[in-house]
Design a protein around this ligand. Structure first.
Ligand SMILES: Nc1ncnc2c1ncn2[C@@H]1O[C@H](COP(=O)(O)OP(=O)(O)O)[C@@H](O)[C@H]1O
Ligand SMILES: [Mg+2]
Length: 268
């Protein structure tokens, strides 16, 4: 559904993505795996051109090559972003933050007025899906880290996205909360048929949730495999160390979370 071709990105004179080509498949939950500095964030930002490309192209199904502002705007409207630090406004309510996700649908003139009833219903529905309807009027800075990231997911959902780009969405959470947030994100993407590209540095989470793992090191793809195919050698190449960072963790199981796991999400 989105095709990255020979994309090179430089910061000044240093090249951080070297002619990267990836065809992302519709409905897939793709994990970009790699150590800090590998180029994961740069690659994710390239996928909605928040990061200008030095060369290469981006083609999106139903839109074509993103070579003008109009096409890019359409693409961005249907692309939800989730960030590590969730980028919410702490002193505003959960509802106000989520409604912000709708703004891309309107002209800048229209955004001077309060959003309509339909948008509010959509925001409440999104909030319900992440189990936080009861927090609609709470200030974001009164929520736990896990709850804040669930608000981040809800904000992406009000865009009714076809694609979600999530940059280390669980990196600031403790392992148990991280797992619950990943379960929720994965479940919603699968239920709605949303394609997802998620960067992670944790091998165990990548194995558990990914349909496809793309390993990045120093701005290059070093592996492109299913979770079952990810070898110890691949992991070594990604982290360039002799001891694995996450040994002895559970092997991938079914992609569909158990109802127990979903129940657990609500408790975060
Ligand atoms: N705005 C920037 N200016 C200069 N260098 C940058 C900038 N952002 C990232 N880099 C460098 O680009 C490389 C890739 O960074 P990044 O995409 O953030 O990797 P990751 O998300 O995998 O940690 C790193 O070497 C990083 O230091
Ligand atoms: Mg990063």
């Amino acid at each position: 559904m989105i095709d990255l071709k020979d994309v090179t990105v430089k910061y000044g004179t240093s090249t951080v993505l070297h002619e990267v080509s990836i065809a992302f498949k519709k409905g897939n939950f793709t994990v970009l795996l790699g150590a800090s500095g590998a180029g994961k964030s740069t690659l994710l930002r390239s996928l909605n051109m928040m990061q200008p490309l030095n060369s290469g192209s981006l083609t999106v199904e139903g839109i074509g090559v993103l070579d003008d502002k109009k096409k890019l705007q359409i693409h961005r409207r249907h692309t939800g972003m989730i960030f590590q630090q969730h980028q919410l406004i702490g002193r505003q309510t959960v509802m106000q933050n989520i409604l912000m996700g709708r703004l891309g649908y309107y002209s800048s003139f229209r955004t001077l007025f309060p959003l309509g009833r339909q948008d509010q219903v959509l925001a409440l529905q999104s909030l319900d899906r992440v189990g936080l309807l009861h927090k609609a009027m709470s200030r974001v800075d009164q929520l736990s880290g896990g709850q804040q990231q669930r608000v981040g997911i809800a904000r992406a959902l009000v865009q009714q996205p076809k694609l979600i780009l999530a940059d280390e969405p669980v990196a600031s959470l403790d392992p148990a909360t991280a797992d619950k947030v990943m379960t929720l994100l994965h479940y919603i993407c699968k239920e709605d048929g949303i394609s997802a590209v998620v960067s992670l540095h944790q091998v165990d989470l990548a194995r558990r949730y990914a349909d496809r793992i793309i390993g990045l090191a120093q701005g290059r793809i070093v592996c492109d495999v299913s979770p079952e195919q990810l070898t110890q050698e691949d992991v070594h190449a990604l982290y360039r160390q002799t001891t694995l960072p996450q040994p002895g963790l559970p092997q991938p199981q079914t992609n569909k979370p158990s109802s127990f796991a979903l129940h657990a999400v609500k408790e975060t």
